[in-house]
Design a protein around this ligand. Structure first.
Ligand code: SF4
Length: 506
């Protein structure tokens, strides 16, 4: 079987916006997950365009195939089918903690030794960036030569310039050492100050539109980066830097005439001052809309009507906590009344349902809070069809909860069971596994040793293997509860300040 011809070429043929470029410096931009997932990442698409805009640099994409064991050492790029590992810079964009083992698989599949210490000057430089690095770069330190933290727009020109100028590998590192957002694990002990892109480099927008993305045929444009709200559990405020809104006309200018579906990207779109203007202008052109979740306290009939005209069938809001008391604790600023009002608006305007995102396992949570969740979900379900997405709370670095304990698998599974029993016939329930949330919580606040644990098990990953390997390493946290092992750099976080960026709903 010829993987490029049989699998990748048909995907390539269906793309609009692919860049085909030949240049002396070859960059592979890999995504440690499927093509459909990577192509839905706006950040990944922006970095692809920016490298290709650089003089002397040509960038091709590569994705983790479904059966990586069949590809070791010969992962083809999408554009030409050349070997992904045959390049000067092998860059990866990583969104989720649980993709840690996929990063190792992707390096292996591309014929590169995953461990930095086992590579030499004959190998490409391995750079890892993306939201995961802003959250916690330390588990990546055994693998990456460069960890890029913060806004990639700011770093691509610096890296490209160094690739053009450097006389050798160490000279390359000398040229980028000390730049905000550049973490060199073989030289630095602590993560650096994050890179922040100036407003002139925004908005981010799609380069390639394809029917094979998870956001099929959707052109993405970023309305806002960061978030002005103070929700204490959420990384959006810190991870995406200061809140930067783009202008309504700036967004419209970026959207090509041929786009038939547009996704507005932003952490809190109902706070973005131009959502209605941009949405109305697009729907009047007959364009379909996609938006990330909307805050229940700022929904009104006018906004809902624009989204309905843009083809949205369900409305998505985040409750984030099971009770009024815990929403206040998270500084979420949403009330049960707001959720009820949104349910009524969604029904009145003919939306087929309301999706509500929820976290359980929050620090002071008790059975009483779950009772309240069950009770208000029943109320919501009297108004419109409800889909309830329940995730275990995973404390993150760079938030005021970074030192809180993970609630424990037993506690979370017990509460999920109760919610399931009481709401089975009332709402559509979608749960995230408590056990995988535990793994996520370990990676989110662990150090290089967690990267090495992932390296030991990546060919055979399961919950059981994670438990076994962590036990063998003498990991001192228990399966049921764990705490951060990595501190924040002194002074980086003020307790009480912090931030989710929900996916797009279509
Ligand atoms: S949860 Fe995060 S993204 Fe949403 S409003 Fe709060 S801080 Fe902003």
């Amino acid at each position: 079987m010829n993987y490029w011809r049989d699998q990748l070429k048909p995907l390539l043929d269906d793309e609009t916006g692919t860049i085909h470029k030949q240049a002396p410096i070859r960059v592979t931009l890999a995504f440690p997950n499927r093509y459909s997932v990577g192509m839905a990442s706006l950040g990944y698409q922006v970095i692809y365009r920016m490298f290709n805009n650089e003089e002397g640099v040509a960038c091709e994409r590569a994705f983790l195939p479904d059966e990586p064991e069949n590809f070791r050492g010969a992962l083809p790029t999408v554009e030409t089918g050349r070997n992904a590992g045959d390049c000067e810079l092998f860059a990866m964009s990583v969104s989720f903690e649980l993709d840690l083992t996929n990063i190792i698989r992707t390096l292996d599949v591309a014929g590169l030794a995953p461990l930095r210490e086992e590579r030499d000057e004959r190998d490409p430089i391995v750079m890892i960036g993306g939201p995961f690095t802003s959250s916690n770069p330390y588990p990546l330190t055994p693998f990456a030569d460069i960890i890029a933290i913060g806004d990639g727009e700011q770093l691509v020109p610096v890296i490209s310039e160094a690739l053009r100028e450097a006389s050798g590998r160490e000279d390359f590192f000398d040229l980028i050492d000390g730049v905000p957002g550049i973490f060199l694990p073989h030289r630095h002990v602590h993560e650096p100050k994050w890179a922040t892109a100036p407003k002139e480099l925004l908005p981010a927008y799609s380069q390639i539109v394809t029917p094979h993305s998870e956001l099929s045929n959707m052109f993405l444009v970023e309305a806002q980066r960061g978030c002005p709200r103070p929700c204490t559990f959420c990384l959006a405020r810190t991870m995406y830097g200061p809140n930067r809104n783009n202008g309504g006309d700036e967004l419209l200018e970026r959207i090509p005439d041929w786009a038939t579906k547009v996704g507005l990207v932003g952490a809190a779109l109902s706070d973005f001052p131009h959502t209605k203007y941009v949405g109305r202008t697009l729907t009047e052109r007959g364009v379909k809309l996609g938006v990330s979740s909307i805050r229940a306290d700022t929904v009104d009939e006018e906004l809902a009507a624009i989204l309905k005209a843009g083809g949205l069938r369900t409305f998505t809001v985040a409750s984030d906590a099971p009770s009024e008391r815990l929403r206040r604790w998270l500084k979420k600023g949403i009330t049960t009344e707001d959720l009820l009002k949104t349910a009524h608006i969604s029904r009145n305007l003919g939306f087929s349902g309301l999706k509500v995102y929820m976290m359980i396992g929050l620090g002071p949570e008790t059975d009483e809070d779950i009772t309240e969740l069950i009770s208000f979900t029943k109320e919501l379900a009297k108004v419109n069809r409800i889909a309830l997405g329940v995730s275990p709370f995973v404390p993150k670095r760079h938030t005021p909860h970074f030192a809180d304990a993970f609630a424990g698998v037993k506690v979370i599974e017990g509460r999920l069971k109760r919610i399931q029993k009481e709401l089975r016939t009332v709402a559509e329930l979608r749960n995230v596994s408590a056990k995988w949330a535990w793994v996520e919580s370990v990676i989110a606040r662990g150090g290089a040793e967690i990267g090495m644990a992932a390296y030991r098990l990546y060919k055979n990953e399961s919950i059981g293997e994670w438990k076994k390997v962590l036990d063998e390493m003498g990991w001192h946290d228990e399966f049921e509860e764990n705490r951060a092992v990595i501190d924040l750099p002194p002074g980086q976080l003020l307790r009480g300040v912090s931030a989710h960026a929900g996916g797009l709903s279509i």
